[in-house]
Write a protein that binds this ligand. Structure first.
Ligand SMILES: [Ca+2]
Ligand SMILES: [Ca+2]
Length: 356
C-alpha cells in the first residue's frame, strides 16, 4: 500500500487528533506474536477456540451458526464452524502494518455486519484510500466499497475518521457506526452516505488537567430497540469514568442529537472496548485493562497488555458482576444463550466461556 506523505498531513493542527490517533492506534491496532500468549491459565471454564491471529476483534454469527472473526492486523475474516473447524473466509481485505504515529501500528477489518445474508466489513483507520471505509464482501470473497474514500484532511463532521464497530440500523436505512477518531456515532445508508448521528463532547475529570476525549467503541442493539454504545475514554483512561450510553432517536428526525436522546445506561466502568446483549437482555461489557495507562506507558505494549489484562462484566439491569477476569485486551464480544465469545486482541486469541 502507499503511504500518504503529504507534508500538510504532519502540519495539521493535531492538538486533539494526534493524541487520539496515537491512543487508538495503540489500543485498537497493535498486535502480538502468538508466542507471547503466556498469560497464566484461568480456571473459569473458558476454552480457546482460535489462536495465533494478528489482532482478532469483531465477532458475529452467520445464519448457519458459523462464528465469523475479523482479524484486524491480518486483513482477513475467519469462519469457525459449529464443529470448531477454522476456515479462511476472506483473505485479502485492506489492512496496514504501518498505521499511526511513526508508522508503527496496524489497522484493518474491525467489525462485521450481516444484512439480508450479505456480509459487510468495517475497516479502521490507516493512511491510504482504502482506510476508514465500509466494504461488502463479494461472491468471490473479494470486497467492494460501500462508503467513499475519505479526505483525511477534511474536518471531522459527517465522515468516517476511525470507525470501530457497527450495528444494523433500519431506522437510518443502513447502519450506525461508532467512530473513535471523531468521537461520534455515524449514520450510514445502504448507498454509503455518511452523516453524524451523535457527537460526544470531551469531559472534565479530576485526574486530568485537560478535557478528556470520550472515544466511543463497542456498539450494540438492545431488546428495547435502542442503540447502546460503550466508550474507552481518552488518556489517562481514568478508573470508573467510562459509561455505556443508551441512544434513541425519540423524535424520529434521523439523529440522536436532540435533548434526552443520549443518556447514561451503566456508569462506573473503565476503558470499555466492546459491549453486547445476550438473548435474555443481559449486557456484557469488555474492559481493555485494569490499568490502560500503564499498558501504554512504555516497553512492549503487547507484553504489558498480557501482564495487565482486562475483564468482562455483566449487567442485568441492577448489578455489575465480573464474569471473566484476566482477559487479555478483550476487544470483541458475542453472546448466545449459552456462550460468550471473546476476542483477546493482543493475545491473538478468541475464547468462549459458558454462560449460566
Ligand atoms: Ca462489537
Ligand atoms: Ca432525534
Amino acid at each position: 500500500m502507499t503511504m500518504n506523505l503529504d507534508p500538510n498531513f504532519a502540519a495539521r493542527p493535531f492538538h486533539l487528533s494526534a493524541r487520539r490517533i496515537a491512543v487508538l492506534a495503540a489500543i485498537l491496532a497493535l498486535t502480538v506474536a502468538a508466542a507471547a500468549c503466556s498469560s497464566e491459565p484461568v480456571d473459569d471454564g473458558r476454552i480457546t477456540i482460535v489462536e495465533g491471529l494478528t489482532s482478532p476483534r469483531g465477532l458475529i454469527l452467520d445464519e448457519d451458526g458459523n462464528l465469523l472473526i475479523a482479524e484486524t492486523g491480518g486483513g482477513r475474516l475467519h469462519k469457525v464452524t459449529p464443529e470448531g473447524d477454522v476456515l479462511p473466509f476472506a483473505e485479502s481485505l485492506p489492512y496496514a502494518l504501518n498505521s499511526g504515529p511513526n508508522a508503527a501500528y496496524r489497522a484493518g477489518p474491525s467489525a462485521i455486519s450481516i444484512v439480508d445474508g450479505e456480509i459487510f466489513v468495517l475497516v479502521g483507520e490507516f493512511l491510504g484510500s482504502k482506510s476508514s471505509r465500509l466494504y461488502r464482501i463479494t461472491d468471490d470473497a473479494g470486497y467492494e466499497a460501500v462508503t467513499p474514500a475519505i479526505d483525511a484532511l477534511s474536518p471531522f463532521g459527517n465522515r468516517f475518521s476511525n470507525p470501530y464497530d457497527i450495528v444494523d440500523a433500519p431506522e437510518v436505512d443502513g447502519w450506525i457506526v461508532s467512530d473513535g477518531g471523531a468521537n461520534s456515532l455515524l449514520a450510514v445508508d445502504r448507498d454509503g452516505n455518511v452523516r453524524d448521528y451523535f457527537v460526544f463532547e470531551n469531559f472534565e475529570h479530576e485526574d486530568h488537567n485537560a478535557p478528556i476525549e470520550v472515544v466511543p467503541t463497542g456498539i450494540a442493539r438492545g431488546a428495547d430497540g435502542a442503540v447502546y454504545v460503550g466508550v474507552l475514554t481518552g488518556f489517562p483512561y481514568p478508573d470508573e469514568a467510562a459509561t455505556v450510553w443508551r441512544v434513541e432517536d425519540m423524535n424520529a428526525d434521523g439523529d440522536a442529537m436532540d435533548e434526552g436522546e443520549v443518556e447514561p445506561y451503566v456508569t462506573g466502568l473503565t476503558a470499555i472496548t466492546d459491549i453486547i446483549f445476550g438473548p435474555d437482555g443481559t449486557l456484557y461489557i469488555a474492559e481493555f485493562s485494569t490499568d490502560t495507562r500503564k499498558v501504554f506507558e512504555g516497553g512492549n505494549f503487547a507484553e504489558n497488555a498480557i501482564s495487565i489484562p482486562g475483564r468482562i462484566l455483566s449487567w442485568d439491569g441492577s448489578e455489575l458482576e465480573v464474569i471473566a477476569d484476566k482477559a487479555v485486551s478483550p476487544t470483541g464480544l458475542l453472546a448466545t444463550e449459552s456462550t460468550l465469545y471473546v476476542s483477546e486482541e493482543y493475545a491473538g486469541r478468541v475464547f468462549r466461556l459458558p454462560l449460566n
